[in-house]
Design a protein around this ligand. Structure first.
Ligand code: ADP
Ligand code: MG
Length: 257
């Protein structure tokens, strides 16, 4: 299957990622912490998935595996058909840059740099020429509605605006997959809704969205909810399985950004 939306081009029989019996064990001195105890999971292209579960259940560890920030202790993982397990650090960084956009609860912006510089930085590291990277950064900033704040520093922005900068930064390489670990965790509910409207719009534009949240009304934006407990998938529910038809919010028109 080949699909094209918003400049995203994908062709992997519809599968964004495939995890098979993924185990992640951390060594803590003499103790072993089993953060993931055997997770098998397929996520299709353009799915909208929420990962929930109690603190310590392995949500962030799973996101780190999916985002190629870390590799499993055992088990296997393929990202858009590419096996990730045997990749070295350079290869992991490369596949991460090409395919994954990260959004974090704490925004992770550079405080001294303005909006434009925060967004353009990954492109500078990626060796993209000046004209092209300026165009790409400005385009991403426009997508999140911050063109008029281009030269402001994070301290001059609201929490919601900061998270929008982080989203713009995540978008500069047009990654097919957006990973968001508690993206609204530091925001009030109105601002959180604005951020979710952006994620909804990215989903409508063809991106695969995987987010971690503790909040039911945030998870409600997704079409599928995976619940982790003690490093295992406890439940995995698609909304249309429950009701015989899709009732997800993604069917509603995304608000203008
Ligand atoms: P969640 O995001 O659901 O709160 P995490 O994935 O952060 O859970 O953590 C799962 C388990 O793994 C916890 O017991 C945590 O303490 C442990 N853990 C996570 N990261 C590390 C690490 N870098 N070193 C040691 N233990 C870790
Ligand atoms: Mg976490």
């Amino acid at each position: 299957m080949t699909s094209r939306a918003n400049g995203l081009e994908t062709s992997h029989n519809g599968l964004a990622l495939h995890l098979e019996n993924v185990v992640k064990t951390y060594e803590m001195g003499t103790e072993q912490v089993h953060a993931l105890s055997g997770v098998s999971l397929d996520i299709g292209q353009n799915e909208y998935v929420a990962i929930m579960g109690p603190s310590g259940s392995g949500k962030s560890t799973l996101m780190n595996m999916i985002g190629c920030l870390d590799v499993p202790t055992s088990g296997s993982y393929s990202l858009e058909g590419e096996p990730v397990d045997d990749m070295d650090d350079d290869q992991l960084a490369d596949i991460r840059n090409r395919k994954i956009g990260f959004i974090f609860q704490t925004f992770n912006l550079i405080p001294r740099s303005n909006v434009f510089h925060n967004v353009v930085l990954p492109l500078i590291y990626g060796g993209v020429g000046k004209t092209e990277r300026t165009r790409l950064a400005e385009e991403a900033i426009e997508k999140v509605g911050l063109t008029s704040r281009m030269h402001h520093k994070p301290s001059e922005l609201s929490g919601g605006q900061r998270q929008r900068v982080a989203i713009a930064r995540a978008l500069v390489f047009s990654p097919s997959i957006i990973l968001a670990d508690e993206p609204t965790g530091n925001l009030d509910s109105k601002t959180g809704s604005e951020i979710m409207a952006i994620l909804d719009k990215l989903h409508a534009g063809g991106h695969t969205i995987i987010l971690v949240t503790h909040e039911d009304d945030i998870a409600d934006h997704a079409e599928r909810i995976i619940f982790l407990r003690d490093g295992l998938i406890e439940s995995d529910v698609r909304k249309h399985d429950q009701h015989g038809q899709s009732v997800s919010h993604s069917g509603r028109p995304a608000s203008n950004l």
